[in-house]
Design a protein around this ligand. Structure first.
Ligand code: ATP
Ligand code: MG
Length: 259
């Protein structure tokens, strides 16, 4: 498969690039060390890809950056200060691969989307409904889904609803952990196009974890390659293609063979 040309080549030509998020010496140990002194940063409006073989620590990284788990050592900075996950909960949102797991089976989509308006903005149901309709349109969903239960929607539709809910909260950083993995190619592309629009329009940043290099190539400004809990390569996808690191070369080769 031929990879398309990334759309974001002008990103680094922008005059002022503001650092949004930073990980310093980030380490996570369970019974063994899973993440080992990671250093990286994410700028405002930047999409940072994370790739690496299964078990290399990508989801663990997502859990640390989103505050679901605490690091064993090291620091996480948001706008230059240690992240206060209680206060910053709104700013950093996580979307997972299987959105169905984040839905309550007996909760209609309407209630699922209303929750963040109630919790973060104390909006009344009727006030929120207008906003909900607007965001549904933005993610390409019909209003009729509001009266449905999660099991009545497809994987791609649920993923759009999960994105809508994350965006309702107006995050500055969205962490996407393999969010397109269970979807077919057409729907994958649609979801990426949707996220691209939000990055361009609202200038949000994304930590995009994926094993699909063609999506990473198309979508990410910068890519981190994780291996055995360490960042072994960091740069634009074009720089990765020039990497002499054997693990990186094998990842790139595997991506071509699978495509
Ligand atoms: N709560 C936990 N307790 C102990 N070990 C864990 C825990 N969570 C993850 N691990 C271990 O950490 C390592 C990294 O797991 P992680 O889920 O982060 O990998 P991954 O890169 O996301 O893999 P995949 O591509 O398959 O999703 C694995 O060896 C896993 O067994
Ligand atoms: Mg994972």
């Amino acid at each position: 498969m031929r990879l398309s040309i990334p759309i974001q080549s002008h990103y680094y030509e922008r005059k002022r690039i503001m650092r949004l998020f930073e990980a310093k010496n980030l380490t996570k140990k369970y019974d063994k060390t899973v993440l080992d002194h990671l250093d990286f940063s994410i700028n405002e409006g930047e999409v940072v890809g994370v790739i690496g073989v299964s078990g290399c620590g990508k989801s663990t990284l997502a859990r640390l950056v989103s505050g679901i788990e605490k690091p064993s050592s090291g620091s996480l900075l948001y706008q230059g200060k240690p992240v206060d996950f209680k206060k910053g909960r709104k700013d950093i949102q996580l979307i997972l691969q299987n959105s169905i797991e984040s839905f309550s089976p007996r909760m209609k989509i309407r209630v699922f989307l209303y929750e963040p308006y109630h919790y973060f903005y104390h909006l009344h149901k009727n006030e929120a409904l207008d906003c909900i309709k607007k965001i549904l349109k933005q993610v390409g969903m019909d209003e009729s889904c509001l009266e449905k239960y999660p099991h009545e929607l497809s994987g791609g539709q649920l993923q759009r609803i999960a994105i809508a809910r994350a965006l309702i909260i107006h995050p500055r950083l969205l962490i996407c952990d393999e969010i397109t993995s269970s979807l077919d190619h057409v729907v994958q592309r649609e979801i990426i196009e949707l996220l691209k629009k939000f990055v361009e329009k609202n200038h949000i940043s994304i930590l995009f974890i994926s094993h699909d290099l063609s999506l990473v190539h198309e979508f990410c400004h910068q890519v981190l390659v994780l291996n055995n809990g360490k960042i072994i390569e960091k740069g634009t996808i074009q720089q990765l293609y020039k990497s002499e690191n054997e693990v990186v070369q094998n990842l790139l080769k595997a991506a071509y063979l699978n495509s």
